[in-house]
Design a protein. Sequence first.
Length: 252
Amino acid sequence: MKRFGGWVLGGACLLLLGPTVRLSGAADKPAAEKQESVAADKKALAPFQPYIGEWKGVGQPRRGSSQGAWSEEAGWAWHFTDKHAELTAQISHDPYFSSLRLQLGDQPERLRLIGTTDRKGEVPFDGAIGADGQLVLTAAGETKPDQPARVSMRLVAGGDRLVVLYERRSGEQFARLAEVGYTRKGSSFAVAGGDPHECIVTGGHGTIAVDYKGQTYYFCCTGCRDLFKQDPEAVLAEYRERKAKEQAAKNP
């Protein structure tokens, strides 16, 4: 066996002697950046926390008329990836969309809604929250006359009702296509004064219980629950840090 500087050669073996180089810092940095990105998405989308839950809706092409009306259901939940957080809705029996994804846009205070249709695939809408609290999003590209070109969403009745207005293009203007009025399933779901438990992921009202190490934790939707199950300690660490900041803000 021969020694050449910090290297030792012996048979088929090649060993490096000397101080150990720790590479975990480089590996930890991307992970930290991902956490920060998800946290930023959650903070920006927090105003839409009241959407979370199960809804029953009635759609009407013409307000006050049952002609052409239909019934549908929608379920809103958080969805987390390695780098981002978004709100998703699975919709049944809607003539326009089978699912919706609400996420941050590519500019500050802008939002993007991606609707999935059976005929066209994904249709992106861009917009923002108006001064009246209504979310208004316009299709990013051309749409057919019988498809939504603008989507407006607003909560009413203290969060127990969600109204979604679909509009088509009419020249340079927009005209009503249909409106869906949703009623929350169980009026106490995610409404102030309802369930007293807090979702440890988003701070919303927790209705789903999970036991971990002898303690029960609550979540506002299946997306938050699944995120916790993937890495309970990371979620708990973030939750404790958030609560510590809240406490510090109350007692400066």
